[in-house]
Design a protein around this ligand. Structure first.
Ligand code: MLC
Ligand code: AMP
Length: 505
């Protein structure tokens, strides 16, 4: 049997041909048979556009049922699905498209002209548009449907072949494409099925975006390989969550989703009594949030831990002690260890660097073999997170070895913003830090040094033009100099302490 992930999904779809699997709040839905047929039709459009196994298809579109079909069609033809945050600006997209060299780029009509301008740099690139049941890709889908064109064959893929590339930034500032294989995705879906007791009986409340690991591979894949229904919300919005909640059994979200739900008076024990599981990840869930959620609903959120390069690695247990402040033991088939600076495993209870091993660990960074090698110690992947391993095998993430800010579940690498700011006239140097934020977990502060008083609104405007909105600092400070240690390294911990109250109150 082919190791193409779509084969596993197709077996589940075939078991639920009449069942509404993708459910929209306006009453429309797609059954298992619809998903299988529509992805075969769209596969014919991709093949006609020249997509062959291994070709990248980059996608920057709003969430929709057609986005799900596109993902499945790319898998079917053996393409490499490359989703991009809709918040990325044209200059960010230029980098991704020229680096990944996709055969097809799918985006909204408004964003198409920019990428069309890149066709000179990326050989054979074609740009197609997709809106809410509109755009050239949608028209081509309708035309293929009328003409009876479909590609039923599922491209033969080895477990080690790339299914997807997700860009994740690094401390170097330039995003790196993490190559995720069919085998990685299947093993993660299988281990989560086992750990969370997931089945076709579950109905998933899906409010996450479809362009990150959490919404696409943890949430959607898990439901699809189990043939379970999904409420596909266009985005996270507490009112929409309340609408879908009564007919759902499992919800996944970043911590901000749960703090925002707690602000809804109607989100209480009665509204959630039928729910089997609330799962949180992508950023630390505060103990206070976990406790408040428990008091309000009588349910303990299950916190899990993972990252783009590995998918999920640890999870609190379905049955047993869901420990607030911990991410639980490793998932089935995953090995974890906490090591000191010398790479030796530390005794339980000591803080060190977290490393993971297993079939879920990615294949490497796109076109960057040296960067890939630098992130591994033998077969162990170095996560860049600092952790403690308890005697009873629970992992707690206690900090980050990497300079990373996580805001509302989105990663922001300070270096990328600092590089941009340092290039601006008058800026001598900068330090971008994350400090506590009541809604997003962390908010961004830019601390700058300039020869003369700096025009902060002009600097903010440059950030807005070049960077996705969630990366734009929300507080701007000018200092005479940055605090440094004896080695000359900027002491961000001191700055974080000085500006820790920037967003409170
Ligand atoms: C939006 N904004 C943010 C933001 N999201 N600012 C900081 N952090 C964020 N996460 C800003 C926008 O730039 C805009 O400001 C303003 O907020 C309104 O934009 P919006 O899109 O209407 O915001 P909202 O709908 O409220 O979005 C917030 C959110 C969303 C928390 C619902 O960001 C979200 O769904 N986050 C989940 C991200 C996710 O899927 N993470 C998983 C990564 S995978 P302005 O000024 O620009 O107009 C991963 C691995 C793992 O980490 O373990 O799972
Ligand atoms: P990403 O690079 O977007 O995949 O983000 C992965 C990072 O998110 C991890 O390396 C952690 O730093 C962080 N993360 C994910 N889940 C958790 C969690 N439950 N607790 C703390 N940090 C988390």
């Amino acid at each position: 049997m082919s190791n193409n992930l779509y084969s596993a999904i197709q077996s589940a779809l075939h078991k639920a041909p009449e069942r509404a699997l993708i459910r929209l709040l306006d009453g429309r839905s797609l059954t298992g048979a619809d998903l299988d047929r529509d992805s075969a039709i769209l596969a014919s459009v991709l093949v006609a556009a020249g997509v062959t196994p291994g070709d990248r298809v980059s996608v920057q579109v709003d969430k929709s049922w057609m986005n799900v079909v596109l993902y499945l069609a790319v898998l079917r033809v053996g393409g490499v699905y490359l989703p991009l945050n809709t918040a990325y600006t044209d200059s960010e997209i230029t980098y991704f498209v020229t680096d990944a060299e996709p055969k097809v780029h799918v985006c909204s009509a408004q964003r198409a002209a920019h990428v069309e301008g890149l066709t000179g740099e990326v050989a054979g690139l074609s740009v197609m548009t997709l809106g809410d049941e509109s755009g050239s890709l949608y028209d081509a889908f309708l035309a293929a449907q009328s003409a009876g064109s479909r590609v039923d064959a599922i491209a033969d893929r080895a477990a080690d072949d790339i299914a997807s590339i997700l860009y994740t930034s690094g401390t170097t500032g330039k995003p790196k494409g993490a190559m995720i294989t069919h085998g990685n995705l299947l093993s993660n879906a299988q281990m989560l099925t086992e750990a969370w007791g997931y089945s076709g009986e579950d109905t998933l409340l899906h409010a996450l975006p479809l362009f990150h690991v959490h919404g696409l591979f943890v949430a959607l894949n898990l439901a699809l390989v189990n043939g379970g229904p999904v409420w596909l919300l266009p985005k996270f919005d507490p009112a929409l969550v309340m609408e879908a909640l009564p007919q759902s059994t499992v919800m996944m979200g970043v911590p901000t989703y749960y703090t925002r739900m707690l602000a809804e008076p109607s989100f209480d024990q009665a509204a959630t009594a039928h729910m089997r599981l609330f799962i949180s990840g992508s950023a630390p869930l505060l103990v206070e949030t976990s406790d408040e959620f428990f008091e309000r609903t009588g349910q303990r959120i299950l916190e899990r831990y993972g990252m783009t390069e590995t998918g999920m690695s640890c999870s609190n247990p379905l049955h047993g002690d869901r420990r607030a402040g911990a991410v639980g033991p490793p998932l089935p088939g995953v090995e974890v260890r906490v090591v000191g600076e010398d790479g030796q495993e530390l005794p339980r209870g000591e803080i060190g660097s977290l490393e993971v091993k297993g079939a879920h660990v990615f294949k490497g960074y796109w076109k960057l073999p040296e960067k890939t090698a630098a992130e591994f110690r033998g077969e162990w992947f170095i996560t860049g997170d600092m952790a403690v391993h308890s005697e009873d095998h629970y992992i707690s993430i206690v900090g980050r070895g990497k300079d990373l800010i996580i805001s509302g579940g989105l990663n922001i690498y300070p270096k990328e913003i600092e590089d941009l700011l340092n290039d601006q006239p008058g800026v001598v140097e900068s330090a971008v830090i994350g400090v506590p934020h009541p809604d997003f977990g962390e908010g961004i502060v830019a601390v700058l040094v300039g020869g003369e008083p700096l025009d902060m609104s002009a600097l903010e405007a440059v950030c807005r033009e070049k960077l996705a909105g969630f990366k734009v600092p929300r507080r701007w400070v000018q200092l005479e100099s940055l605090p440094r240690n004896t080695m000359g390294k900027v002491q961000k911990n001191l700055l974080r302490d000085d500006y820790k109250d920037s967003f409170s109150g």
